[in-house]
Ligand binder design. Structure first.
Ligand SMILES: [Zn+2]
Length: 181
């Protein structure tokens, strides 16, 4: 079974296709998964969520995905800009990551789940990611739990909340940063 087949089974994104997967060597080995837009699909405006014609294509950006067999995995995708009828020329929204995050949402939640059983430093070193990534996503999980229990004070009383909050505050897409908790 090819990795592309696996990805299409587990992580299929409407309007995009996995073009190819290659093993890049030199330094740390990594699997590079190249993504391209499906033929004829229009980009989605990251501001209002409407589809519009493609204005241009930017340079390739990399998004870290869940490691496979100990190899780092990255999605590589050249972001398009949308000529949005409502907002003007804006960068497109992609379904596998939020905002300017270099981490895929799937990987971020994977890290957040591990951070429930290991401390953040252990998670960051085990999965070769940064503390900041783990903080931010752990914090989102806490925030959701706080909402579920009807109060953010639950989350505030957890150890590391202040540091987590500061990390989240730098992320404009974080519900914590946005609401100023
Ligand atoms: Zn728009």
């Amino acid at each position: 079974m090819q990795i592309k087949t696996l990805l299409n089974r587990l992580e299929k994104h409407k309007g995009f296709v996995y073009a190819d997967v290659s093993l890049e060597e030199g330094g740390r080995e990594r699997l590079m998964v190249r993504i391209r837009p499906r033929k004829g699909s229009k980009p989605v405006c990251s501001v209002c969520g409407q589809r519009g014609p493609c204005y241009d294509t930017q340079k390739v950006r990399y998004f870290q995905f869940v490691p496979l067999w100990g190899l780092l995995v990255f999605f590589a995708y050249a972001m398009r800009r949308v000529d949005c009828p409502r907002c003007g020329v804006k960068i497109e929204k992609v379904p596998w990551a939020q905002g300017k995050s270099p981490t895929t949402t799937t990987y971020a939640w994977f890290l957040a789940r591990w951070a429930k059983v290991l401390n953040w430093k252990q998670v960051a070193s085990s999965f070769r990611t940064t503390w900041d990534t783990v903080y931010r996503w752990r914090c989102r999980a806490w925030y959701r739990r706080g909402l579920a229990s009807g109060s953010c004070h639950t989350s505030r009383s957890l150890p590391g909340w202040g540091r987590c909050q500061r990390a989240a505050g730098r992320d404009r897409h974080s519900p914590i940063g946005r609401r100023g908790h």
